[in-house]
Design a protein around this ligand. Structure first.
Ligand code: 13P
Length: 316
């Protein structure tokens, strides 16, 4: 009998993330912009015995073909294996990438009613006091239902439709990076579980022709990350995981990043394979190989689910 699998299946995500945080085990979160991506991503996790989240955000639904939070959750429930995965609602913005106000409460409630394991409220375009107030409200909605909450502080750019300043300028100036003082206050006053930070990471583009372009190779300011980790004491999240240079990702894992969001890299791989094969089954096979490769070669996280399960068993 595989006891680590039974243990992990019966462990809430809150505990899995805590153990991952303490042991510096990375938990990738893969965005799902097309429903047929769910099955091969979960199979890749099973094949490699790695633990990761599947996640869906508004742009996956509005700009691509994820259809709805309910549709992705239904597909997840068809193929899920709770020893290797859970379902996360990514980026519910209070103000979206086009500057429009969003009915965030309705979207968070929808995910809670669909039994998502975690949700993300993104008040990062608000002044900090308002971001804190909104995040605290979501924590109060989610925690009584055992659901984890992620929030964002700082500016992770890239989803906006207008042109970005040159990447090297953003990185060198540190403009928009999460402030360690603000981060400490934010965590203390909100009770949030995980915090998305800006340390040089940017999102891959999602609009116009830019969505098909190769993403810039982002770097990370690891000293800045260390300061944020010291001041917050909770799992930190790296958005814009696609295309970050590997040496930075591996350092980030050892300095406080517990969750890393990956969207563009697997979306573009799926779209390219579908264009070339015109066959969903074949495309799924190609995506599965791609995800296995990301897990094994890029994150070097082989058997992370087994390690997590065995660690949690020892703690029990
Ligand atoms: P990338 O598309 O750059 O991988 O970013 C994904 C992300 O952060 C989703 O929240």
């Amino acid at each position: 009998m595989n006891t680590w699998k039974d243990t992990l299946k019966n462990t809430p995500l809150s505990q899995i993330m805590k153990t991952a945080y303490v042991k510096h085990i990375i938990i990738p979160a893969f965005n799902i912009p097309y429903l047929p991506m769910v099955e091969p991503v979960i199979q890749a996790l099973e094949d490699t015995e790695c633990f990761a989240l599947l996640e869906v955000a508004r742009p996956d639904i509005n700009r691509f073909e994820a259809k709805s939070f309910a549709a992705v959750k239904a597909e997840f429930d068809r193929f899920k294996d709770l020893a290797v995965t859970r379902m996360h609602q990514d980026h519910v913005p209070v103000i979206d990438e086009d500057g429009k106000a969003v009915d965030w409460k309705a979207l968070i409630s929808e995910a809670l009613n669909l039994n998502y394991d975690s949700v993300m409220i993104d008040g990062s375009r608000l002044p900090i006091a308002e971001n804190i107030a909104v995040t605290r409200e979501v924590v109060n909605m989610a925690h009584p239902r055992g659901v984890q909450v992620e929030a964002e502080l700082g500016a992770v750019l890239g989803h906006e439709s207008g042109p970005l300043p040159p990447y090297d300028e953003i990185f060198a100036s540190g403009k928009g990076f999460t402030s360690p003082d603000d981060a400490e206050r934010f965590v203390r006053e909100t009770g949030v579980d995980w915090l998305s930070v800006a340390i040089g990471n940017i999102h891959g583009a999602i609009s116009g022709s830019a969505k098909d372009q190769k993403k810039v190779e982002a770097r990370l300011n690891i000293d800045h990350l260390r300061k944020l980790a010291d001041r917050t004491g909770i799992p930190l999240v790296l958005h814009g995981g696609s295309g970050v240079r590997k040496e930075y990702v591996l350092q980030a894992i050892h300095n406080g990043i517990t969750k890393i969001n990956v969207g563009t890299e697997i979306r573009q791989a799926y779209e390219k394979a579908l264009r070339e094969t015109n066959n969903v089954r074949e495309t799924q096979g190609i995506l599965k190989a791609k995800v296995r490769n990301i897990l094994n070669e890029y994150y070097e996280m082989s058997h992370s689910a087994r390690t997590l399960g065995e660690s949690i068993e020892k703690e029990l």
